[in-house]
Design a protein around this ligand. Structure first.
Ligand code: F58
Length: 840
């Protein structure tokens, strides 16, 4: 018998031929899969075939865990977290599953021995980009941590056929291509058509008396859509737990609508099928114009209704009465996108399970908790009432009733305060009428949280102040975190090895242990190893940058990185103005001593967000000039890396020296990229915003480059009548004039006018007001980077003190304070167990 390659504790499970963890077994199964699943042999096999053959090797090894987990939860009727999110930005599965199974290195060896390039196979995976940015990625980190912490949980969302668009840069401009991630099939998912449910839409409601003469309401929809679940196993790190991500695909209820077909309207019938399938067709990019989009509200309702119906199905299997829904499930609303769940659960309880209103309301409130992710008022979801009434007539009635009862409570608490009633109402009646989804989420939840200390405070003082005054104890903070499995162990194997060789590997599941690196910051040998790792990661990234952009960058220059969605509040334009300032200094005095820097940008702009797209064009245009100007002598480089996504992120964070977190104070709810950078040893230049504040608190003010106005200062400046033109002097003026003159646009003085005029005349995010302070902080960065030894110390301390920002910590807090969901360890079942029916 072949011996297992490594003996890891969590692998004491019984093994059969499809789960054996030996190199020989991996190789044998790899070819079996190529023949029997993909129907190929090596001469004809593509790289993608090989990737899939490998993916199925790994999937086989996950299924035993998945089945054992499902069996244990079913048998024990475990309390379950249901994470409702319109986005799950998972990133590639293969590498992560290998790491979490503990077979990454062995499989790499097995594949390499077969003469294949392991890294190339990993890159073959089309990542499921089912999210826009931070919010979707947070959901992905959370479900991974839930599995690692062995908490029973289900992620519920939408299986978009087209995820976030693929960004290309053509002539310096962003262009969008559709993301066909399912083109070659998806080995990680299993469809479960047997658990499909119907979702109703449109139509009207009518009252009736049932057979017991009870007053009931019937919803007669004008459309039915079938929701088919596609399940993906989510493995915990070195545990037996494999939870489920359940994403819904929309289909026509039957392949043809026979009623229409019989009338001879064959095309009509087919069109109806097409229109049903539209519901899960495409992820909306975070555009400002989402508000009126009927399809978007339909998507939200579609996945929420399917998920809640699924939860009722689970209750039934486990023989738990519907009155105990909230004991079985803790449901988290990831922003307001799933907030319609409040009305839908009420409908399912009242209309379909005949639970009395008061009891149904009690169950609903005890079930839901709501996380807010934004302070931007324009991003708070509101749906026009007529649209809502047309699509969800029954829900609107329920919302009116919830509102009437809620406002009665407010009236009694705040006697005579009619303005407050208008402000708090679930319906905005100041002009055209809207349903306020954030209010629905607050009223229907027992817990409400922000995603960083400052954000949670601002929610209480500002955005949700009235609700805080009514229910102060419902409010809390849960500072975001990211999973160290993907963002360190998988993406930075060199650093992982170095760290583990000094402090062991428990830090991977207990990130606070990174603190044990602190004394090593004083060890010259360790500092050198640390710098060597960073340099190797920078070389790797330089190769990627060359391949993707044709630009050669120097791994010994300071890698200054800003990667995130492009948005004015995130202020990529502040960064590029500083680049222009440096360039201007160099041109004005060619012998000036500057620290060589490579500015790396990445991020997508919403397709309809013109100013964001113009910011990209400005970055690429400045790059075009700076990168080829001989006077610069390669001391400055500007790279815009196209199509920033999870896969690219995994290569960028390990290579960064400096992390740009420069949002206007009070605008970025938390940020999570800031955490990924710091863990990987980058220093931050940042404002007092979101989680930056907590990062600075942890790593120490001396290891962080702070600049800019604070939130109260921003407020005061705006209140006093901010005039950006007052800041337009000195270097900033010269920078603005240079751009305005057409220097970066081949003499076209019009191209950047909307951006520059917007800054000079309005500057809503205070770019000009913060420019000077930013520029000074950047000078400190340059000086600090010259002292390599000191920089290494600061870099080590950033990583050593990043323990707080593990999503394991965040999830523990949610579990303790909100979900009250204990861990359920899983014993692995053998196939024999399954046969003899241990599962019953
Ligand atoms: C982000 N929100 C916050 N929204 O901006 C960021 O500060 C925070 O760290 C992160 O959530 C996680 O809490 C965010 O990513 C979206 O992408 C929405 C998607 C749907 C349309 C509206 C924007």
């Amino acid at each position: 018998m072949a011996t297992p390659l490594v003996a890891v504790e969590h692998r004491t499970e019984p093994q059969d031929e499809r789960t054996a963890l030996t190199k020989e077994a991996f190789q044998r199964d790899f070819f079996n899969n190529l023949f029997y699943i993909l129907g190929k042999f090596p001469t004809l096999a593509t790289k993608n075939d090989y990737y899939q053959a490998l993916a199925f090797v790994v999937r086989d090894r996950m299924l035993q865990r998945w089945i054992s987990t499902a069996a244990a939860y079913t048998k024990q009727g475990s309390r379950t977290v249901a994470y409702f999110s319109a986005e799950f930005l998972m990133g590639p599965h293969l590498g992560n599953n290998l790491v979490n199974l503990g077979i990454h290195d062995e499989v790499r060896k097995a594949v390499t021995e077969l003469g294949l390039d392991f890294n190339e196979l990993l890159l073959e995976e089309d990542e499921p980009g089912l999210g826009n940015g931070g919010l979707g990625r947070l959901a992905a980190c959370f479900i991974e941590s839930l599995a690692t912490l062995q908490i029973p949980s289900l992620g519920y969302g939408i299986r978009y056929e087209f995820g976030i668009f693929h960004q290309e840069i053509v002539d310096g401009w962003q262009t969008e291509r559709t993301d066909k991630w399912l083109r070659f099939g998806n080995p990680w998912e299993i469809p479960r058509p047997e658990w499909a449910v119907h979702v109703k839409l449109g139509g009207y409601t009518e009252p009736y008396r049932d057979e017991f003469y009870r007053h009931r309401v019937r919803w007669v929809p004008d459309r039915l859509v079938a929701a088919v679940p596609y399940d993906t196993p989510i493995l915990g790190y070195h545990t037996n737990t494999a939870n489920t991500l359940r994403l819904w695909k929309a289909e026509a209820p039957e392949s043809f609508d026979f009623a229409v077909f019989n009338r001879g309207d064959y095309y009509g019938a087919v069109m109806q099928k097409v229109s049903s399938e539209n519901l899960s067709k495409v992820l909306y990019p975070n555009d400002e114009q989402l508000q009126g989009k009927e399809l978007r509200l339909s998507q939200q309702y579609f996945f929420v209704s399917a998920s809640l119906q699924d939860m009722f199905r689970i209750l039934k299997i486990q023989k738990i009465p519907v009155e105990r829904f909230h004991e079985k499930f803790a449901a988290q609303l990831n922003d307001t996108h799933p907030a319609i769940a409040v009305a839908e659960l009420m409908r399912l309880l009242i209309d379909e399970n005949v639970v009395p209103w008061e009891q149904a309301w009690d169950i609903t409130r005890r079930t839901f908790a709501y996380t807010n992710h934004t302070l931007l008022p324009e991003a708070l979801e509101c749906w026009p009432l007529p649209l809502f009434a047309k699509l969800l007539p029954r829900h609107l009635e329920i919302i009116f009733e919830i509102n009437a009862r809620f406002l009665d409570e407010v009236r009694i608490r705040f006697y005579g305060d009619e303005e407050r009633i208008a402000r708090m109402s679930l319906i905005d009646e100041r002009g055209e009428r809207y349903v306020r989804m954030a209010h629905l989420a607050c009223v229907g939840s027992h817990a409400i949280n922000g995603v960083a200390e400052l954000h949670s405070e601002l929610l209480k003082q500002d955005v949700l102040r009235d609700f805080y005054e009514l229910w102060p104890t419902r409010f809390g903070n849960k500072t975001n975190g990211v999973t160290p499995r993907r963002w360190m162990a998988l993406s930075n194997p060199r650093l992982t090895k170095l760290v583990s060789s000094h402090i062991g590997d428990e830090w991977i599941t207990d990130l606070s242990q990174l603190r044990r690196l602190e004394p090593l910051a004083e060890d010259a040998g360790f500092r050198q190893q640390w710098l060597d790792v960073k340099r190797a990661c920078k070389c790797d990234f330089a190769a990627v940058a060359l391949k993707k952009t044709g630009i050669t960058i120097d791994p010994d220059s300071l890698f200054d990185v800003q990667v995130k969605r492009i948005h004015e509040y995130k202020r990529q334009h502040l960064n590029i103005l500083h680049v222009v300032a440096l360039y201007h200094r160099l041109r004005s005095n060619p012998n000036v001593d500057i620290t060589p820097r490579t500015f790396i940008f990445g991020g997508k702009a919403a397709p309809g967000y013109h100013i964001a797209k113009l910011i990209i064009k400005l970055i690429t245009s400045v790059g075009d000039v700076v990168n080829r100007d001989p006077a610069v002598r390669d001391r400055l480089k500007v790279v815009f890396l196209p199509n920033f996504n999870v896969k690219n992120g995994q290569r960028i964070y390990p290579a960064a020296d400096l992390s740009e977190q420069v949002s206007t104070a009070g605008k970025e709810a938390s940020g999570t990229g800031n955490m990924k950078f710091s863990m990987n040893g980058a220093l931050t230049i940042g404002t007092m915003d979101g989680a930056n504040i907590e990062i600075r608190e942890e790593v120490g003010a001396e290891n962080f480059f702070l600049f800019g106005l604070t939130t109260p200062e921003v407020g005061a400046l705006k209140a006093s009548g901010y005039n950006p033109a007052n800041y337009l002097d000195g270097e900033l003026k010269e920078v603005v004039e240079l751009i305005r003159s057409g220097f970066f646009s081949r003499g076209d003085a019009e191209l950047f006018r909307p951006l520059i005029d917007g800054l000079v005349h309005h500057d809503p995010y205070l770019v000009f007001a913060d420019f000077d302070s930013y520029s000074k902080a950047q000078q400190q960065v340059s000086a600090a980077y010259q002292d390599r030894d000191h920089w290494a110390r600061m870099s080590i301390l950033n990583s050593a003190r990043s323990g707080k920002f593990s999503s394991d910590r965040t999830i523990r807090e949610y579990c303790d304070d909100i979900w009250k969901a204990p861990a359920v360890p899983i014993r692995l079942l053998t196939q024999e167990d399954v046969k003899v029916g241990v599962m019953q």
